[in-house]
Ligand binder design. Structure first.
Ligand code: ADP
Length: 628
């Protein structure tokens, strides 16, 4: 018989499991039980439409058998079982769902995160055992097969004898060492405690034979072993229990097991709704985005149950995109069990549930923002971008739903501020909400215009996410105050008198600016004096609908090369800076140096705005020429 190798990326993970860097080894049991329970669900579901399954609802069960002498622990189910091919493909590859990227094999936390994020399930068995055997007979199949592996060396699959449909997983429990106790996994009390801790809500009975000592009747002081079958789990789904009987740890354990997260959830939302739609919802907001959250592979959705039986693992219609980070489940009395996926989409009841769920999530977030600020900011660090995408998405309803949930960092204290907070503490003289875009706060802080805003005592919002400006343009205004990009040409904080003066100066220097524009060609649309710069000589601003930042974002999108957008740029010169006088002189006396100065000033403006130089070599040559 040929020993097959695990797929390459699986091998590494297998090594990790065998070397057991994971501290909570006990979770192997919940993983195996959860697999068994899924297999039972699958066959139960089939039995609803297929009489040949031949099992009554109450006959589906999981059994645990302990054998101290042979050091084996068995998890047995009478679920759907696996064919030879399924054994090979399901247990021969680890974490089919994700592309692996092991950066820091030796670092513990990295590895732990991988376990949490991928839900490597079955393989956790190797943390406590040095040989794993899976005997399985698939429903509808005559032949059973046995999968066996001692770890990283690979596995074998061969025919075996097994009468009943289902799967038996046998772990050969490791010998205890000085530092690790494995014997506990052969102890009936320990195992029964672990089942209650992690798998209590499993819908199917998890049974085990319990041996207890009972006094022998009529013989004082004598005891005998009594063996009885016990069901270890209460079988009541967590979400059906009374909230007061559920601890935070229960929620956290449930969440981590079900949604493959290593961290506790940031927020748990557990509600029952009655009325037009009757359902229970158990929802979780993760602390951090899952590894694939911001990729195409991520699938949003809630698990949908009807009276405790799962219908769909991920029902996308239950969540709007901007709340796609929410994990959890809905259990409804109103949906029929054999509803198909296609029908679900058109189900009015489901839409009603989705609406209610959305409102609930929104109101919970609002509550968190109000009374648990720190937590909300943590949440926003992880998922704020998603909410901003929601605003950008364009539906009027989204904007109104979300505009009070988004935040930006402000120049006031370098802290998050909501738009409501910003507008409420604006001085009366301030007419607009000011923002600036840039890669980082530091880069925005060195914009010459920033100084002007700050010196007026106004607050500036830092837009450092690509989506920020797009989202805000969708809003247009907040509380009657328009949003103004301080890098827009229109941005001007000077008074009427000053504006008049500036217009006159610009008129006077008309020819000089026309000449500068000619020198710069289509790099800029025009050149003019400005009063908005305090100490700086120049800045670059944009005119019209597309800002410099938007140009950058739009042109970095796939396929943008053919239809590149271009912001209309204006080179603005500080009318009060000595450079203004100098330019005037050069324009009159020395056209050659004037041309060099013009190019250099444009370059300086590009550098400060974060746009970068068009031609670094030309810039360097110019500077050197002037230095010599
Ligand atoms: P996951 O459960 O996250 O998919 P696992 O590594 O735990 O990953 O299991 C891999 C697959 O093997 C499962 O998806 C399931 O198809 C199959 N499997 C595991 N255990 C059983 C079982 N007891 N009965 C039937 N199929 C099983």
């Amino acid at each position: 018989m040929r020993t097959k190798q695990f797929k390459s990326e699986s091998k590494k993970l297998m090594d990790m499991m065998i070397n057991s860097i994971y501290t909570h080894k006990e979770i192997f049991l919940r993983e195996l039980i959860s697999n068994a329970s899924d297999a039972l669900d699958k066959l139960y579901f089939k039995s609803l439409t297929d009489n040949s399954v031949g099992l009554k609802a109450e006959e589906f069960e999981i059994r645990i058998e302990l054998d101290k002498d042979n050091r084996t622990l068995k998890v047995i189910d009478n679920g759907c079982g696996m064919t030879e091919d399924e054994l090979d493909s399901n247990l021969g590859t680890i974490a089919k769902s994700g592309s692996f990227n092991f950066k820091n094999d030796n670092e513990k936390t990295e590895n732990v995160d991988i376990i949490g994020q991928f839900g490597v399930g079955f393989y956790s068995a190797f943390m406590v055992s040095d040989e794993v055997t899976v005997e399985s007979k698939a429903f509808g199949s005559d032949q059973a097969f046995c999968w066996r592996s001692k770890g990283a060396d690979g596995y074998t699959v061969e025919p075996c004898d097994k009468d009943t449909v289902g799967t038996t997983v046998t772990l050969k429990i490791r010998e205890s060492t000085e530092s690790e106790n494995y014997d506990e996994f052969l102890d009936q009390y320990r195992i029964s405690a672990l089942v209650r801790k992690y798998s209590d809500y499993i819908r199917h009975p998890i049974k085990m034979q319990f041996t207890t000592k009972k006094p022998v009747e009529g013989k004082e002081g004598e005891f005998e072993d009594v063996v009885e079958d016990r069901t270890l789990n209460s079988m009541i789904p967590l979400w059906k229990k009374d909230k007061k009987d559920i601890t935070e740890e229960d929620y956290a354990n449930f969440y981590k097991e079900k949604f493959f997260d290593f961290s506790d959830p940031l927020k748990v939302i557990h509600t029952k709704t009655e009325g037009q739609a009757t359902f229970s919802a158990l929802l979780f907001i993760p602390e951090k985005p899952p590894f694939d959250y911001y990729t195409k592979e991520f699938e949003k959705g809630l698990t949908l149950y009807s009276r405790g039986v799962m219908i769909t693992e991920k029902c996308a219609d239950l969540l709007p995109d901007y709340f796609s980070f929410v994990k959890g489940l809905i259990d409804s009395e109103d949906l029929t069990l054999n509803i198909s996926r296609e029908m679900l989409q058109h189900d009015a009841q489901l839409r009603l549930i989705a609406k209610t769920v959305e409102k609930k999530i929104k109101s919970e977030l609002e509550k968190m923002l109000k009374s648990e600020r720190e937590k909300y900011e943590k949440f926003f660090d992880s998922f704020g971008v998603q909410l901003k995408f929601g605003v950008y998405d364009g539906y009027v309803a989204n904007k109104d739903n979300l505009k009070d949930l988004i935040m930006f960092v402000s120049s006031r204290e370098n802290k998050y501020v909501t738009l409501k907070e910003y507008t409420e503490r604006m001085p009366e003289s301030q007419k607009a909400i000011y923002y600036a875009c840039g890669e980082t706060r530091e880069k925005i802080d060195v914009l010459p215009q920033t100084e002007a805003v700050k010196s007026k005592g106004y607050e500036l919002l830092y837009f450092t996410d690509n989506v920020d400006e797009f989202a805000i343009r969708m809003l247009g205004e907040y509380g009657g105050k328009p949003f103004v990009n301080i890098c827009d040409n229109d941005f001007d904080l000077s008074g009427d008198e000053e504006k008049k003066e500036l217009t006159a100066k610009n008129e006077e220097a008309k020819d000089m600016f026309a000449s500068m524009k000619e020198i710069l060609g289509d790099k800029v649309d025009s050149v003019r004096y400005t009063g908005k710069l305090q100490g700086h000589p120049v800045c670059l601003t944009s005119e019209g609908g597309i800002s410099l930042e938007m140009e950058k974002v739009l042109n970095s999108m796939p396929g943008a090369k053919e239809n590149a957008v271009k912001a209309t740029l204006v080179l603005e010169i500080n009318a009060d800076h000595p450079i203004a006088e100098k330019l005037k002189k050069l324009f009159a006396d020395d056209k050659d140096t004037f041309s060099k100065y013009t190019k250099l000033l444009y370059d300086e403006a590009c550098l400060i705005s974060g746009k970068g130089l068009d031609n670094a070599l030309e810039h360097s040559t110019l500077v050197c020429e002037l230095m010599c």
